[in-house]
Design a protein. Structure first.
Length: 368
């Protein structure tokens, strides 16, 4: 067709402070997947002392023509103490939907005309909006109002696309948006990254290969919602997984935030000096979400994940993190049959991960 599903920018007037995700496309019928294991990582936002009776009801807009079918089920928030913020929130949600409706009306008419002129069948377009409330703004939620709107659009082809917008509000007498950093607390992005990497490691068949080996991390602008005190980061379709995976919601719980883990069997290790054990660097580090870049000229491997960076040089017992003062470990990096090995204490002393050894099997488990 003439044009793909357009990304929308929410224009918010004056003092309207909404926490809104930047959406990407997904399919309407794709499953929503949530990885929610472990205890809650509670939202670190103080509870409002003022009682509010916040409700979310539906405003329905339906239209049908020979070019376009429309069903907009829009959330309407009432009962907030900050009525000015409430009005701007409702107006913004409706304006986003109606702006897209106006755009799609014109596009469907133009595309029908083009189809008639070119002599091919025109399939009527479809626009739907629906929503889910995850936290209702009550005292039990710490006055957190969190909901997601989904905008489904079909403009021909095998299937349609859906945009997901997330709205997270601290519904105090002077309402404020909740940022992802506030929802997660100090060090939250690192915990979120660990939760995502752990989920990718658990079900690698669901994800793009490049995300398995090189996940880039959660950004501060990542869409999210809050449910029962747990922050869920949202990945739109095609962001980290194929179409069939749908929108992926990953809960940042205490257990998930502990990060991925890998176990290196005794057969995979090599004996080092003074009873130390050497483990394969690339296999081990990649399983923990680290990127490895090999410089053949200097015989150096760069190891990085999020803000962590280090480099190890073949046969050089000198290690450091983020260019801090170097230290010696139990052994220097060694190359055996084309594989670079480092001592197990590289992961504990340099990368600050949890390293443990099984006394019976000799296997080494690294977590974090």
């Amino acid at each position: 067709m003439k044009s793909p599903f357009k990304m929308l920018t929410l224009a918010v007037a004056g003092s309207c402070l909404l926490a809104i995700s930047a959406p990407l496309a997904m399919a309407q019928n794709a499953a929503s997947y949530t990885a929610d294991t472990g205890t809650a990582a509670v939202v670190p936002i103080a509870q409002s002392a003022q009682t509010q009776n916040i409700k979310v009801t539906t405003k329905l807009i339906e239209e049908k023509s020979d070019t376009l079918t429309v069903k907009l089920s829009l959330p309407v928030v009432t009962g907030m103490t900050d009525t000015h913020y409430q009005d701007e929130l409702n107006n913004s949600v409706e304006r986003q939907a109606t702006d897209e409706l106006d755009t799609l009306k014109k596009q469907s008419i133009d595309d029908q005309k083009s189809a008639q002129e070119a002599g091919y069948e025109f399939r009527p377009y479809d626009l739907q909006v629906y929503y889910e409330v995850h936290s209702d703004g009550s005292a039990a939620t710490g006055s957190v109002l969190s909901f997601v709107t989904y905008t489904y659009e079909y403009t021909g082809g095998a299937h349609g696309s859906t945009l997901a917008d997330t709205y997270n509000v601290k519904a105090t007498p002077e309402a404020k948006p909740i940022t992802l950093q506030q929802a997660l607390g100090e060090g939250g992005l690192t915990r979120a990254n660990n939760a995502v990497r752990q989920q990718i490691q658990t079900s690698p068949e669901m994800y793009f290969y490049n995300e398995i080996v090189d996940f880039q991390g959660v950004s501060q602008e990542q869409p999210f919602y809050i449910e029962q005190g747990i922050t869920h980061v949202v990945f739109q379709q095609y962001e980290i997984a194929p179409y069939a995976a749908g929108i992926i919601n990953i809960a940042v719980t205490d257990k998930a935030a502990a990060g991925p883990s890998v176990t290196i069997t005794n057969k995979q290790t090599v004996a080092g000096p003074s009873g130390s054990k050497l483990v394969p660097l690339r296999l081990t580090a990649a399983s923990l979400g680290y990127k490895i870049a090999w410089n053949n000229k200097t015989h150096t491997a760069e190891v990085s994940r999020d803000a962590q960076w280090t480099a190890v040089t073949l046969n050089k017992n000198s290690y450091s993190l983020n260019k801090m003062a170097p230290i010696k470990l139990s052994a220097a990096p060694s190359q055996i049959k084309g594989t670079l090995y480092v001592p197990a204490d590289f992961f504990s002393s340099i990368l600050k991960l949890n390293v443990s050894a099984d006394a019976k099997t000799g296997a080494i488990t690294i977590k974090g």
